[in-house]
Write a protein that binds this ligand. Structure first.
Ligand code: TRP
Length: 365
């Protein structure tokens, strides 16, 4: 028996990184690329921030440009899993869609489908047979579920939070998604999705596997810390900059960002994490590497660092905000994009459910 579980977890992570890199390689090849379909998504709980932008949205747009068929789920049912009631779900659903379009996802000119999972009944139906393929203890062990329970307002684990990863497997597999861009925290859900796919195939379609084996595509961007120096940039912690933040708000947030008392700017992520974080953000804006930026600022100190970051971040955000403003004026357009995305998702999910019912041997009206 392995007494210390950590090395195993690290091995698993190393394997996930290796697989993600091999996938990236594969996606560069137009011939191999045809075998992939991307599925990813977010919860409609707030507007997206620059951490989302550099960590995942940019990547999604790049994959769109490569022509990969992409489903993006606005996971509204998931919002209900870790709180007593969802707040303003419809409002945040539209806001999320505006953020997607503003960063350059373009369902009109690419095979990109943005849909809302409560509006795709056939997808949710897949949840039922999938539940039969998973054990309670397996779900109770999921570290991401445990973490979410801790950060939630729930006193105890609800059945919906416990089972949520199974729902996520339905999100991924209904369209036979096999490329899933995610952060590290979502890897346990990918693992579960694979187990579900494998068990389904073994039980019902042994000869020719019906569901694919999805792979998590991990971002290469190191995770961006909150501006207050805490480890995660998040809206609820008030330490983020939203994509919709105007120039003054950006200036104000950066001015308040935590640094340290050393005058000279150096890039030392271990010893000076807050300064390093700002340098990394600058690097993401300009494409330069953080060491060189630190060198060029030098004795200019954190004042100069913050001025530069404000300027460059505003330059990155300007076109995004310009587009976003147009969408804000045109809610009908947002609704049309979502209606179309939901229709495509429904069609795809209905086909999958038809196959699944055949595999299950259910009576079909
Ligand atoms: N669980 C994800 C989150 O909390 C959102 C999500 C729902 C998702 N369904 C998905 C992500 C399917 C990737 C694939 O952010």
């Amino acid at each position: 028996m392995n007494k210390d579980p950590r090395p195993v977890a690290n091995d698993t992570y190393a394997a996930a990184v290796a697989e993600s890199q091999a996938l990236e390689q594969d996606l560069r090849d137009p011939e191999n690329r045809r075998h992939y379909r991307m599925l990813t998504g977010d919860r409609p709980t707030g507007r997206l921030h620059i951490g989302h932008y550099f960590g995942s949205l940019q990547n999604r747009v790049a994959l769109q440009q490569l022509g990969l068929e992409t489903f993006i789920v606005i996971a509204d049912y998931q919002v209900l899993t870790d709180r007593d009631r969802g707040e303003r779900i419809a409002y945040f659903t539209r806001q999320l869609c505006m953020d997607y379009l503003a960063v350059g996802l373009d369902p009109e000119n690419h095979p990109v489908h943005i849909f809302v999972h409560s509006q795709v009944p056939e997808l949710n139906q897949l949840f039922v047979p999938f539940l039969t393929l998973v054990s309670q203890s397996e779900l109770e062990r999921n570290p991401t579920t445990k973490d979410e329970l801790q950060h939630s307002s729930l006193g105890q684990l609800s059945a919906s939070l416990l089972a949520y990863p199974v729902h996520q497997a339905a999100d991924i597999l209904f369209c036979h998604g096999n490329v899933v861009p995610v952060g590290k925290d979502q890897l346990p859900h990918i693992e579960l999705t694979r187990n579900i796919a494998r068990r389904f195939n073994k039980r019902y379609s042994d000869k020719q596997p019906y569901f694919p084996r999805p792979i998590g595509l991990l971002s290469r961007t190191p995770s961006i810390m909150g501006l207050d120096g805490t480890t995660k940039m998040s809206k609820s912690r008030g330490n983020s900059i939203e994509l919709s933040a105007g120039p003054e708000e950006v200036a104000k947030s950066i001015k308040q960002a935590k640094t340290d008392s050393e005058r000279r700017i150096t890039y030392e992520p271990e010893r000076r994490p807050e300064v390093a974080n700002l340098l990394q953000l600058l690097g993401l804006c300009s494409g330069e590497n953080p060491e060189d930026i630190a060198e060029s600022i030098g004795d200019g100190g954190s004042g100069a660092l913050k001025r530069l970051l404000t300027e460059q971040l505003n330059a990155v955000l300007e076109p995004i905000q310009r587009r976003r403003k147009e969408f804000e004026q045109n809610e009908d357009y947002i609704d049309r994009i979502l209606a179309r995305g939901c229709a495509v998702a429904r069609e795809r999910a209905a086909q999958t459910m038809k196959d699944v019912h055949r595999f299950l041997g259910t009576y079909i009206v």
